[in-house]
Design a protein around this ligand. Structure first.
Ligand code: TA6
Length: 296
């Protein structure tokens, strides 16, 4: 830990400390607020702008174990989102969220503090996904929280993958929130296997697991309980998954307390769930998201 603070730390801006699954966490601070990132999974486990409470949810039952994803924060789903077709034996949402990322660099200015994390292929990853790759995640905290995920194809042939940010947004109560930005959006309901066009605001009154094609590259969670709104903007995709497990699925989820479904809503920018990204040799592609919480 001392070495990381000596090499990458900055008093009052960037600090490393003991974290999840026995690996370091990094705390980033700017004049607008702070966030904390686990090197395990490159998961932004907390974000707290000045003047508001925690923006992200972390389950009290989340297990701090190698190989087990963190239940909450912002899991990085890569190189596949959901299940990998034809491979039910492989972990959902890929292996990036259960891998140990390395610190590439840190920096700060008057307004923003930035962390760059990296992940490359290994013997373990090549066993389940037989390609070389270079991943880079940039986390930037300023007036909003920005994440950008860059995939580098270091092979001499194209690679195909899907990806997503899977943020757990903390709310006062699931029955007191509405999602704006999906009015007129095509919707694929994964639970009923139906397609429709959504009209108006989206409220949650049961298990929700749907893909939406919002007309603009952003949507806003209005939390009437906490009287705040969280805007999620996304670039490099125009699709989001909205998920809440509700009562029964929460009970079946080992690393979630039965009543915790009340306290979060997942609004997940996802990239090419229907048709994978095809990245030519030696090229890179970047997919990004920004989050801003304001009093509503
Ligand atoms: O949020 C979409 C989703 O694919 C849901 O179907 C649900 O499985 C959720 O992700 C959580 O997945 P996890 O593997 O983290 O339990």
């Amino acid at each position: 830990m001392y070495d990381l603070n000596a090499q990458f730390g900055a008093p009052g801006k960037i600090a490393f400390r003991d974290g999840i699954a026995g690996h370091p966490n990094v705390v980033l601070a700017s004049k607008y607020g702070s966030c904390e990132i686990s090197l395990y999974g490159a998961n932004v486990i907390s974000y707290r702008p000045v003047g508001t409470g925690p923006v992200l949810f972390l389950s009290k039952a989340s297990r701090s174990e190698e190989g087990v994803p963190i239940r909450g924060g912002i899991p990085i789903c890569w190189p596949w989102f959901g299940a990998l077709p034809g491979h039910p034996e492989l972990p959902r949402h890929g292996f990036a969220r259960v891998s140990l990322w390395t610190v590439v660099e840190t920096s700060y200015s008057g307004d923003e503090t930035e962390l760059v994390l990296g992940l490359k292929d290994s013997e373990a990853t090549r066993k389940i996904w037989p390609y070389a790759f270079e991943l880079k995640l940039v986390v930037k905290i300023g007036e909003c929280l920005k994440l950008s995920l860059t995939t580098g194809n270091v092979n001499d042939k194209p690679i195909e993958f899907t990806q997503g940010f899977h943020p757990y947004f903390r709310i006062r109560d699931i029955e007191q929130v509405e999602l704006a930005g999906v009015d007129g959006a095509k919707r694929k309901n994964f639970l009923k296997d139906t397609e429709s066009v959504h009209e108006g605001m989206l409220s949650i009154d049961g298990e929700m697991d749907s893909l939406f094609y919002p007309p603009k590259n952003g949507c806003t969670i209005h939390d009437n309980g906490l009287r705040r709104k969280t805007t999620v903007a996304f670039h490099g995709t125009r699709t989001i998954v909205v998920w809440n497990p509700w009562i029964e699925k929460a009970k079946r989820t080992a690393d979630l307390l039965d009543e915790e479904y009340h306290q979060f809503l997942c609004v997940e920018p996802v990239c090419s769930v229907a048709t994978p990204v095809s990245l030519p040799p030696k090229k890179t592609t970047t997919f990004s998201m920004s989050i801003q919480t304001l009093i509503d």
